[in-house]
Design a protein around this ligand. Structure first.
Ligand code: PLP
Length: 455
């Protein structure tokens, strides 16, 4: 049948992303997803799963939006493609830039320019080049060190993974881009268990300041961070963390960059994650929710102050064939209009986000659960061996998440297992009934995993 044929072809020819190719072979090939509607994905064998990950943290408006297909179709008939290299631009790219500028300007009126790329990784490559170019134009070329955080994820290109702080990525395909320093991440549950959150945040900020001083303040170009670290395990910092990081950047004249690839477009209940924390970055990277994943597009938001400096440097010799791709831009614009029309940002902040937080509280009493946390519609469940502590299962440390994830998938829920946690990031259209289903499936799967974990 078709399923068997496609799985064989997959194994013979296709190399999926972030995969153990031997394991895939042992499993008989990938799960082949054939269609999706709302918050539910369906595979070729007819199994349906509630998509607790919004694809890969991106399908914010959910699946099956006919109008996004229609917009793409119309744009392809009119002008499928044109570039922005020849002092040229297209209407969808211009209108999308203006729309993004409008969203960025909430509380940060100087953040009003947009550079387009196709992926989050490319956006961060743009960020890296832009920042170093900026300081060179300012006459400080030695200011080229970027401070990032351990366990950060900023993409998979050489620049993206170098900016990122995942040591298991750094050991593959190096050497890394030089001039990137990694500091402590604000991961309370692992690194500040039982501490006062304000004191813990202060210690994390002090780690940044210590690094600034040891490298030399006049060598630091920028600090980059995700408002909430996603792939690192949904690390939600104490509320005081970001304002203090911002103050530190201002103290030393360092640019503040927020990687909004996951947090942007409503995830934390604001258009951008930094708006939740009330800080004003100089540069932001966005992708994923920008088009809800319907087409690949990403963007870098840049302050007016930086653009004024760029104007002194002639050509900024940077860009991609697909920068400002009109079809992707038209789809992204309509995607944002859907979010506006359906008020998905306020709904996340006021209705579904609090509902998820409350539903997760039901899990807090589970004997395997050390902590539940969420902000807006992103969350995590920490799995521990000993209730009331952050002690993990010895011998299998770092594997409880994937184990419970596999059981969740068997039970009809797509979530991600990161080390010893389960993380979730459902479409912003998720209903309260679906949130209940998400949480009760995790609960049932934890129950099922418990004998195996304690064996
Ligand atoms: N930055 C963050 C915070 C991400 O979560 C991701 C992807 O998960 C990226 C960058 C890279 O985006 P892409 O996979 O589109 O290159």
């Amino acid at each position: 049948n078709e399923s068997t044929e496609l799985k064989a072809l997959d194994l013979a020819h296709h190399l999926p992303a972030q995969a153990d190719y031997q394991l895939l072979e042992d499993l008989g090939g990938s799960r082949i997803i054939t269609h999706a509607e709302g918050c539910v994905i369906t595979d070729i064998d007819g199994k349906s799963l509630l998509d607790g990950m919004a694809g890969l943290w991106c399908v914010n408006v959910g699946y099956g939006r006919t109008e996004l297909a229609e917009v793409a179709y119309q744009q392809m008939l009119e002008l499928p493609y044109y570039n922005t290299f020849f002092k040229t631009a297209t209407e969808p790219a211009i209108r999308l830039a203006a729309k993004i500028a409008d969203k960025m300007s909430e509380g940060n009126p100087d953040l009003k320019h947009v550079f387009f790329n196709s992926s989050g990784s490319e956006a961060n490559d743009t960020v890296l080049r832009l920042v170093r170019h900026y300081w060179t134009l300012k006459g400080e070329p030695e200011r080229n060190v970027i401070i990032s955080r351990r366990n950060a994820y900023h993409g998979s290109t050489v620049a993206g993974m170098s900016l990122g702080g995942m040591s298991f990525m750094h050991t593959q395909g190096g050497p890394l881009v030089p001039g990137i320093e990694h500091v402590r991440q604000p991961y309370m549950f692992n690194e500040g268990f039982g501490e006062d959150p304000i004191a813990f945040a202060d210690a994390c900020v002090k780690d940044i300041e210590d690094r600034i001083l040891s490298v030399g303040p006049d060598k630091i170009a920028a600090f980059i961070g995700e408002p909430v670290q996603g792939a690192g395990g949904v690390i939600i910092p104490p509320e005081t963390y970001w304002p203090k990081v911002e103050a530190l950047c201002r103290k030393y004249g360092i640019l503040l960059i927020c990687d909004e690839v996951i947090c942007g477009f409503g995830r934390l209940g604001q258009w951008f994650g930094h708006q939740h924390y009330g800080v004003k970055p100089d540069i932001i990277a966005m992708a994923k929710g920008l088009s809800s994943g319907y087409l690949p597009i990403s963007a870098v938001g840049v302050s007016g102050a930086i653009v004024e400096v760029l104007k002194t440097g002639g050509d900024f010799v940077h860009g991609y064939t697909y920068s400002g791709h009109p079809t992707a831009a038209a789809v992204a614009l309509r995607n944002i209009e859907i979010m506006e029309r359906e008020d998905l940002i306020a709904r996340t902040r006021e209705v579904t986000g609090p509902y998820l937080a409350q539903a997760l509280q039901r899990l807090a009493a589970h004997p395997l659960v050390g902590e539940v946390r969420s902000l807006g519609l992103i969350g995590a469940v920490e799995i521990v061996a000993e209730k009331g502590t952050n002690t993990r299962f010895k011998g299998t440390e770092g594997t409880a998440g994937p184990l419970v994830r596999d059981i969740c998938i068997k039970n009809g829920l797509m979530v991600r297992g990161i080390r010893d946690s389960i993380v979730m990031c459902p479409p912003l259209i998720i209903s309260e009934a679906e949130i209940d289903q998400l949480v009760s499936t995790i609960e049932a799967s934890l129950n099922e995993a418990e004998p195996q974990l304690r064996a």
